[in-house]
Ligand binder design. Structure first.
Ligand code: G3H
Length: 536
């Protein structure tokens, strides 16, 4: 029996470098100023509990503003003013100038690594290695974005001539972007929309997810000092209070959200001019792993463990259901369960895999899935599966899972692994076809003929087919998207630049007058858009 009591520590057992002072955030960034919020605040409770005597205390790590509608609208007004119908300083800057600002921000951001990483552990319970990876990956994402934009700009720095018409075709910003990130990658995924939106010349209102707010606070000064006034503004608080009214103004041009389809839809419909609103979404997924009868079982176990249980299964790309061929089910499940039992459980800085869950009611939700499956004939097949204490939930492996169980279709976004036996490959294929979501799939097998027969039907149902590999978003230069209810828009480093901009051109018939006009404008560098400057 796993001793979950030993997982939680007394305060004085926390290594000194990971201890935390509570952070009472009152600042919000609007119109280039860090203003102080005087109204009510949201307390932030960490998913981390500490032992006090015979009991446990959920650690309070700070608070942040619960803004009201008026203040949220101020943030929007600042973004609208900074965009100024496309005439603002930021949207009319040259690409090179915008890149310079972004570099500036990046240098300042790097100085905050330790603070942000520590807060990631305390605020969302992500383990140290993954928290560091999230920070470093975000830095690389920004560097990659800058390089991708240089490439894009180099291609656009020439004129094309077609059917007697000269044109310079570039990408121009769209306007005011509302960026909302998820709690599981509160830095990285928020920035995968924020950074391309900014660098393409849009102005932004950013609202962090409910969990993962305080970790962005160390970056507010860097935002203020790196970009012109009003280019980036922050709002905090309850979505219905601060987001609904922003949408209702009709002044948001792009809505970028990584989160649930329900949240996306309920916010989007509040915009009065839906055709004007562009949406960029990363939403739910229920990625299946399909393990064929000739799969390399050890390899499949390794990939499925990491695929289903990294960050406690709280990744949109996680493997959320496994289909196992009956002929190898016993061996796979035995090895899989042994690997689950070997996963260390503990505090994020303890070098562990399974950590506290940040969402209120999450442990109870996991138990509901387990209870429902047990009532309908499945069993917990791993030792200690489903044991829980405070915010810790020991991963539960459920087998055999069937269609009538909630876990078969619902996205658990947590440490429960449902396994479905099959003898006929039509079972997992039908699962994918009938699914409301369509992000990725993993196929495990060795026979290339069998694998190839699955690739073709799958690529038209999901947007990434992984062979003998877990599902994942990276490398970030690869397209990341989904079908059905899983996504809207594609978010690789270079695709995101396209998503947050629109192709715009200046064209002129090839006449002597026009040749002279175009030549004088470019030669004398009179336009930021119409320019043949080449970024080195
Ligand atoms: O939560 C969804 C993330 O995009 C997953 O990214 O596959 O790199 O963990 P990842």
């Amino acid at each position: 029996m796993r001793d979950l009591f030993a997982v939680f520590k007394e305060k004085n057992e926390i290594p000194e470098q990971y201890r935390i002072e509570s952070r009472e955030q009152r600042e919000y960034l609007v119109d280039g100023k860090l203003k102080t919020w005087e109204g009510s605040c949201q307390e932030v409770l960490s998913p981390i509990y500490t032992k006090v005597g015979d009991g446990y205390v959920q650690e309070r790590i700070g608070s942040y503003p619960l803004m009201d509608e008026t203040t949220a609208l101020e943030a929007l007004d600042a973004a609208v003013k900074a965009y100024d119908n496309g005439k603002g300083i930021w949207p009319t800057m040259t690409v090179e100038e915008r890149i310079f600002c972004m570099y500036n921000f990046l240098q300042k951001m790097k100085e905050k690594r330790a603070q942000v990483v520590n807060m990631l552990m305390w605020e969302i319970g992500k383990n140290l290695a993954d928290s560091e990876k999230e920070f470093d990956r975000t830095v690389e994402y920004i560097e990659g974005t800058i390089e991708a934009l240089k490439d894009l700009d180099r291609v656009s720095s020439r004129f094309v001539v077609e059917q007697g018409v000269f044109a310079q075709i570039r990408r121009a910003p769209l306007g005011v972007v509302l960026c909302m990130g998820p709690y599981n990658y509160p830095l990285n995924e928020t920035f995968t929309t924020l950074i391309p939106a900014l660098i393409m010349g849009n102005t932004v209102v950013m609202k962090p997810a409910k969990h993962g707010v305080l970790l962005l606070e160390p970056l507010l000064e860097a935002f203020r000092d790196s970009f012109p006034q009003g280019v980036i503004n922050t709002v905090y608080g309850r979505g219905r209070v601060v987001i609904g009214p922003l949408m209702a103004t009709g002044k948001i041009d792009v809505f970028a959200l990584i989160g649930s389809a329900t949240a996306a839809n309920s916010i989007e419909i509040q915009h009065p001019k839906l055709n004007r609103l562009k949406t960029v979404y990363g939403l739910g997924a229920k990625n299946p792993g399909i393990i064929l009868e000739d799969a390399d079982i050890d390899l499949a176990v390794k990939e499925c463990i990491s695929g289903s249980l990294s960050y406690n299964g709280q990744r949109c790309t996680a493997l959320k259901i496994l289909f196992i061929h009956e002929k190898i089910a016993d061996e796979f499940i035995w090895k899989f369960c042994k690997a689950v039992e070997a996963l260390k459980i503990g505090m994020p800085w303890d070098g562990v895999a399974i950590t506290p869950l940040p969402e209120e009611g999450k442990v109870e939700k996991m138990m509901e899935y387990v209870t429902d499956a047990l009532e309908r004939g499945a069993a917990i097949v791993n030792e200690n599966g489903g044991t829980h204490l405070n915010s810790i939930f020991s991963p539960a492996v459920l087998y055999p899972v069937q269609e009538d169980m909630r876990i078969y279709r619902e996205e658990q976004f947590g440490p429960v692994v449902p396994i479905v036996p099959f003898s006929d490959i039509s079972v997992p294929i039908r699962y994918v076809e009938e699914s409301e979501v369509g992000q990725q799939v993993s196929i495990f097998g060795q026979d290339y003929e069998c694998i190839s027969k699955l690739i073709d039907p799958m690529v038209n149902q999901v947007c990434r087919v992984n062979i003998n590999s877990q599902c994942q978003r990276g490398p970030d230069t690869f397209p990341f998207t989904g079908r059905k209810d899983s996504a809207d828009g594609t978010l690789s480093v270079s695709d995101a630049l396209r998503v947050f901009s629109i192709r715009t051109l200046v064209a002129a018939k090839n006449t002597e007058l026009n040749r002279k006009v175009l030549s004088e404008i470019t030669k004398n560098r009179k336009s930021k858009f119409l320019s043949t400057d080449y970024i080195f």
